[in-house]
Design a protein around this ligand. Structure first.
Ligand SMILES: Cc1ncc(C[n+]2csc(CCOP(=O)(O)OP(=O)(O)O)c2C)c(N)n1
Ligand SMILES: [Mg+2]
Length: 584
């Protein structure tokens, strides 16, 4: 066969039926036979969008997401999105055709060393140094993306697609995971049996291992409150009485107050990332004295960030199951206080829900000033928190929601609740603006029957809205909610808190985003009244599911701002030169 045939046959052997990217001469010989191999190439507007789509596709389906582009600029356009996929532990395979072997180094056309640019954001990189190794190395990239749970790269000099080779197509080699070592599981069971107030942190590993039911069973055996790790709000069913909401930035006070009381924490499928466990709402909640059990599929995460007492290198689902089994017949110290602990959980949750309902707008001096200004202005501007509450109430069942990076999107964390896994997509620790729309488009391709909804601020929307064209052109209907607050709000918040409201480069003079959506062939709805928020979402979801229509909902919001991302990482300015002395 030809190396192109070997490449495409290996994709097919790995079950690839969808690739996101933009066509290019570099891989045209292989692309030519995608269709007969059962592969659809979905062309996008910008390759960053393609890589985000591959990420969304992978996270929702649990299968590989695949992205491809033209050598040089098509590939470098993907870097940001591959980094996001890396921090989301998403099994994305990026196929990077490279400049030809006979020209590289001469400064030809679209030439770049394509391995270094992804080195930090991939679990494995293969370079096809000989066309005869095409199938072997492509197959390995697919295997490693699954076994290492993250992006991998297959780099192919463009001339290596041509020729004639003798090769075998490798069959997928998938890891059979285990619960963890018997000694650490036993030690964990012992700690849990003696705990008086155990709390579970359900992380992304629960979602990736399809282990929600096993996590619920373990939580029920313990009667323990369960908190979601940061931006993994879909790791435990929100309707469950033991669910307490997410830790971390703009998370749940109930979750924080309950984990603060823990004497044993079971961190199930989470690396306990530093950003996700920072103090919030003035609460430094991490229980320093508690015994910590951490379970992660990657042994390198055990004890990396937080001091732990027991580390289990295992699959979150299987480990939860193994612990439940070990606890089934034991008497637990906490059995005696089950009812009292349930009551404490119920009260904390009720208090937090009440606080959220009463928290109609931000009350810091800057926010009060801009709210007062908005009342004098033309137009009608809504309080973001009230908008987010209305969206929460109108959220359809089985929704997949992606959020962007921004102030309103972060505040949304408190209002996003899910019943099933593989529902919540966010740029995690990478935190890039421009994430939400393309990612939810990929999610929609993976699960066409589920409602797909992206939240984005007006700044982030500008970076990503071009992909509305992809949704419209390729019949991938989605719903976007754009929070139009006329500013790069999240960063402006730092200028409020640290730079005496000296606003530099934070204002956005916007056109009508609903209008732009309509010009691109989508529907557009502008919302200026609180009572229209829920109906607008319902209408857009109805359009998506029943008329296959993409819709941009543009919500006019005041400029008020919630807590900042990084109060921990900024300090008041110091100026030493006379020229700048007023800039403090
Ligand atoms: C790619 C990228 N560029 C810049 C930033 C820094 N940044 C973080 S939040 C933010 C502002 C987002 O503004 P917007 O999308 O309008 O949302 P808002 O904060 O106003 O709700 C910026 C510029 C980033 N996180 N990612
Ligand atoms: Mg904004």
């Amino acid at each position: 066969m030809t190396p192109s045939e070997a490449f495409v046959e290996t994709l097919a052997a790995n079950g690839v039926d969808t690739i996101f990217g933009i066509m290019g001469s570099a891989f045209m010989d292989a692309m030519d036979i995608f269709a007969p191999a059962g592969i659809r190439l979905i062309p996008v507007v910008h390759e960053q969008g393609a890589a985000h789509m591959a990420d969304g596709f992978a996270r929702v389906s649990g299968r590989h997401g695949v992205v491809i582009g033209q050598n040089g600029p098509g590939i470098s356009n993907c870097v940001t999105a591959i980094a996001a996929a890396f921090w989301a532990h998403s099994p994305v395979v990026i196929v990077t055709p490279e400049a030809g072997t006979m020209g590289i180094g001469l400064g030809g056309f679209q030439e770049a060393h394509q391995l270094p640019m992804f080195q930090e954001f991939t679990k494995y990189q293969a370079h096809v140094n000989n066309p005869r190794r095409m199938a072997e190395l492509t197959g390995r990239a697919f295997d490693r993306a699954m076994s290492e749970i993250g992006p991998t790269q297959i780099n192919i000099p463009r001339d290596h697609f041509y020729g004639e080779i003798d090769t075998e197509i490798p069959q997928p080699n998938r890891l059979d995971r285990g619960a963890g070592g018997a000694r650490s599981l036993e030690a964990a069971a012992e700690l849990l049996a003696q705990a008086s107030f155990p709390v579970i942190v359900a992380g992304g590993g629960v979602v990736m291992a399809d282990g929600m039911a096993e996590c619920v069973a373990l939580a029920e055996r313990l009667g323990a409150p369960v908190v979601n790790s940061y931006l993994h709000n879909d790791s435990f069913p929100a309707s469950h009485q033991q669910w307490c909401g997410p830790l971390g930035y703009q998370g749940s006070k109930a979750a924080m107050k309950l984990i603060a009381q823990a004497d044993v924490v079971l961190a199930l499928g989470t690396r306990l990332g530093p950003f996700g466990t920072l103090p919030q709402h003035g609460l430094d909640y991490w229980p320093q004295q508690a015994k910590i059990i951490q379970i992660d599929a990657d042994h390198k995460m055990l004890g990396l960030v937080k001091k732990i007492d027991v580390g289990i290198c295992g699959d979150a689902r299987l480990a939860a199951e193994a612990l439940t089994e070990r606890l089934a017949t034991r008497t637990l110290a906490c059995d005696a206080t089950r009812a009292e602990r349930a009551e404490r959980t119920r009260t904390e949750k009720a208090d937090w829900e009440q606080e959220l309902s009463d928290w109609t707008h931000e009350r810091d001096p800057f926010s009060l000033d801009v709210i007062a200004e908005a009342e004098q202005e033309e137009g009608s501007w809504l309080h973001p928190r009230q908008v987010l509450r209305e969206l929460e109430k109108a959220m359809p069942a089985h929704a997949m929601v992606s959020t962007d990076i921004g102030n309103i999107n972060s505040v949304a964390n408190s209002y996003l609740r899910f019943e099933e896994p593989r529902s919540f997509l966010a740029p995690m620790s990478w935190g890039n603006c421009g994430y939400a729309l393309p990612t939810v488009i990929g999610a929609k391709v993976a699960a066409p029957a589920r409602p797909a909804i992206a939240y984005a601020g007006d700044g982030a929307w500008g970076m990503s809205m071009g992909e509305i064209l992809t949704a419209v052109r390729h019949d991938i209907p989605v719903t976007a909610v754009v929070f139009h607050n006329r500013q790069w709000g999240a960063e402006k918040k730092n200028q409020v808190d640290f730079y005496s409201r000296r606003f530099v480069a934070g204002e956005l003079d916007n056109p009508s985003f609903a209008g732009i959506g309509r010009a691109m062939g989508a529907e557009g709805i502008v919302v200026e009244k609180l009572q229209d928020v829920g109906p607008a979402l319902q209408r857009a979801v109805d359009l998506q599911l029943n008329d296959r229509k993409t819709c941009v909902i543009e919500i006019m919001c005041t400029r008020e701002l919630g807590d900042p991302f990084r109060r921990d990482a900024l300090s008041k300015p110091v100026r030493l030169l006379e020229k700048y002395k007023d800039y403090v």
